[in-house]
Design a protein around this ligand. Structure first.
Ligand code: 5AD
Ligand code: SF4
Length: 470
């Protein structure tokens, strides 16, 4: 298949596997198996990347630990999307200095989006001298080589130069769950929304080959996975760099044709690229969950243009109308930013009126956070923090009311749910998800975990439904 995206040659992946074996042999000489801990911040893509890191660490002979206490290798997989996420990472990485003092042989690694920000790499280099290895998301497949370099030379390694990225296949994976799995279908983002750091940290859009993705889904279905989420920064641009006429609706339809009892989800969809054909496939395929995350970011046309979102409020509303024509009961969720530089309170009120018009099932609400190197960070931002917080509170209050009203409409209905875990409250010993992805608390025996069951909804809160087995 001809493609414009660079693919890592199989021989280079093989070399990484040889580094794994070399480290495995060294680790086998230790009195007890060494332990590695991977801590993950941020999005599902990072969760998926951490499963690859754990797969590589396992191949290198490390036991996977669930705490940093006493770990021989610590990997912090970071997120750069907002200032708050970065502050938490700096705080937690700073605290690791004590453990390292007790165990100087410990190796501390920092990877993920923060590693790809030049000012962060600089700060780590100068001030966080107990961090041994720093590498960005595009260098993830070379983790065995980089760790080996630190291990054998005991020097610090920074692999943080700008990198558009390539596709690396055949990496080992250790999945965290037995029911739910992530499948990356593409990496990177070309959209350059003016507030967003992701196109700078995760490189250019590149798609995995459809056959490889479909084989992975087939294998997950055979292993008994019940809930499979296809991941990409913008899944709707899948296939643009592939020959053969592949696009996201076609991939989704092909995935839904794979035998087995499972549901397919996907995220995230950019509204400008969400097509009628996508909605048709969602409506036609029983295995595709009736749910879509369609971030709108703002309800005001001037702000949308300043964000470089490339759709208007009316175009967004048209997409939602089209979607609901095809899937009247679709669960619709979204992301929104309050306090984009220059946003006035009347402009914010267009966001408020958009959520009243659409009535999302749930909303992820964020206060704008300036990211160094993005165009929005250079814009004048005269609104005070207090005014932004007041607008934010109004938005959250309105959405909480809508979420509660939406949840109330489930009462008395029977929902086919995947029982996915044990509940924390003894009166509700199980948790489940509706096909649309809403959380349900219910009681029942733990033997039901992993099964689809009909659940009658008897109550609700803003955040969850309460049900009983029928
Ligand atoms: N400030 C606040 N929120 C942001 N997001 C992305 N960048 C920023 C930023 N600089 C939000 C968007 C995106 C979600 C993943 O995070 O709403 O959809
Ligand atoms: Fe960021 Fe926009 Fe790309 Fe999403 S589509 S990752 S918000 S630049």
């Amino acid at each position: 298949m001809d493609r414009t995206t660079p693919v890592v040659p199989a021989a280079d992946i093989q070399r990484q596997k040889e580094y794994c074996q070399e480290l495995r042999a060294l680790n086998a000489q230790k009195p007890a198996p060494p332990r590695a801990y991977v801590d993950t911040y941020g999005c599902q893509q990072n969760e998926a990347d951490s499963e690859l890191l754990r797969g590589m660490l396992w191949d290198m002979g490390y036991q996977i630990a669930d705490t940093d206490q006493g770990a021989d290798v610590i990997v912090i997989n970071t997120c750069a999307i907002r200032e708050h996420a970065e502050q938490r990472v700096f705080g937690n990485v700073g605290a690791l200095v004590h453990g390292k003092r007790k165990n100087p042989a410990q190796i501390v690694c920092l990877c993920g989006c923060m590693a790809q920000e030049p000012h962060v790499a600089e700060r780590l280099r100068k001030t966080y001298r107990h961090v041994d290895l720093v590498f960005g998301p595009q260098a993830l497949w070379r983790f065995p080589e980089l760790l080996r370099r630190v291990y054998l030379r005991r020097g610090r390694v920074f692999e943080t130069a700008p990198d558009d990225g390539a596709i690396a296949e055949g990496l080992p994976v250790r999945r965290s769950g037995k029911l739910k799995a992530w499948v990356s279908i593409m990496y990177g983002c070309n959209n350059f929304c003016t507030y967003c750091i992701v196109p700078y940290t995760r490189g250019r859009e590149r798609s995995r080959e459809p056959e490889i993705i479909l084989d992975e889904i087939r294998s997950l279905a055979e292993q008994g996975y019940k809930d499979i989420t296809l991941l990409g920064q913008n899944v709707n641009s899948y296939g643009r760099d592939l020959e053969g006429g592949w696009d996201f609706p076609r991939l989704l339809e092909a995935a839904a044709g794979i035998p087995g009892e499972f549901l397919l989800r996907f995220m995230t969809s950019h509204p400008k690229d969400a097509t009628e054909r996508l909605f048709d496939v969602m409506a036609a395929c029983e295995k595709v969950a009736p749910a879509i995350h369609l971030p709108f970011q703002s309800g005001n046309d001037r702000v949308l243009a300043a964000m470089n979102r490339r759709y208007t409020r009316e175009q967004y509303l048209d997409k939602v109308r089209l979607l609901r024509e095809r899937l009247p009961h679709v669960v619709l969720t979204s992301d929104v930013i309050v306090g984009f530089p220059g946003e006035t309170t009347p402009e914010f009120e267009d966001t408020l009126s958009l959520i009243e018009a659409v009535r999302f099932d749930a909303l992820f609400t964020f206060i704008y956070s300036p990211r160094k190197g993005t165009p929005a960070a250079e814009l004048p931002d005269p609104m005070s923090k207090q005014e932004k917080s007041a607008n934010f509170d109004r938005l959250v209050a309105a959405q909480n009311r809508i979420s509660l009203e939406k949840h109330r409409s489930y009462i008395g209905t029977v929902q086919r749910c995947l029982i996915d875990g044990a509940g924390e409250d003894p009166r509700n010993s199980l948790t489940a998800r509706t096909a649309g992805g809403r959380l349900v608390h219910l009681s029942g025996g733990s033997a039901l975990i992993g099964q689809f069951a009909d659940v009658k909804i008897a109550g609700c809160s803003t955040w969850a439904l309460f049900g009983e087995l029928t």
